[in-house]
Unconditional design. Sequence first.
Length: 378
Amino acid sequence: MPFHRITDPERLHALLDAIMLIETDADLSDLLALIVETASRLVGARYGALGVVGSDGATLSRFVTYGVDDDLRQRIGDAPHGRGVLGETILGGAPVRVEDLAHHRGAAGFPENHPVMANFLGVPVMSGDGHVFGNLYLTDRLDGRAFTEDDEVLVEAFGRAAGLVIDQATLRHHLRELTLSEERERLARDLHDTVIQRLFGVGLALQITLGSPLEPADRDRINRAVDELDTTIHEIRTTIFEIDQDDVDATNLIQRMRAMSDEVATRLGIKVALHLPLEADLELSTRCARHVLQALREVLSNVARHAHASEADVSLAVEGPMLVLRVRDNGVGFHAPVGPGRGLRNLRSRARELGGDCTFESEPGRGTLVRWTAHCLD
């Protein structure tokens, strides 16, 4: 273990302090950012990054940085994919230390607007079972010196500890998901089997009452009550549709999208036309497939709640490196920028987590087009 190779008491103490900093219950995105910052401060590096290794084991699916502000990151453009010296760290699964990147055999150069970096230290971030989750990359010590062997040992030990913390965070997340999934299933069942049935019974009793001799004002009140009950039942069905869980992965996304269209017609009364690729043409990760289905569910829920639409057209297509989901409805539309609020933010957040975005096009009386994209093709 790298811990045993650290003989300097001060550096060992600094390592333990750093490990304590990342022992947190933060979500994974915040945790990764904290790991990068802590590792950079541990050895006094000007820049730091953590690249999450993709499912192919050879490229990066995510890149978290330290020392680069949002404006500079925007000007640099796309995050690295794991070529050059970064690729050497990924494929080797072992520390890589370079005194001068400009003369390293694996140097791939820097993109336009990227800060020039001289020396480099990369170490794997490994889970408890030895799986390489990602790699820590540090460049340019603040004191101007090159990274030393002691720095390498220190950061390698930190990378091992960070891997264990990531394991714990992932386990907590899965446990929370499991508990939430079970609770959602119970809630959906109770809403359907108890609440809707009782409301339906009340509405039926009121409709029977309408067959009796009534004053016009009383008849109007009962009709309004029946209409309100119908609206409430529709809202509850929409809620059930939103909270139902989907056992989706990369192999059954298309089937689940077809099943969802049938569910929308049955529960929400909206006819859905589907335009989907062949399953064999899609090579997605399970994580991406789940995001796509949840995005579609959220869009269709918004259509049911706000658009007053009777039809929706859904298409999924591969356009270059992007997966593109489009949903067009024939509802009431809205004036931009007034329109979707939290729902739009949720959809954008889900898309941007996968390197994409979500946009709305709408006009009053002419429906709405939602375009949701993700960079998640294998």
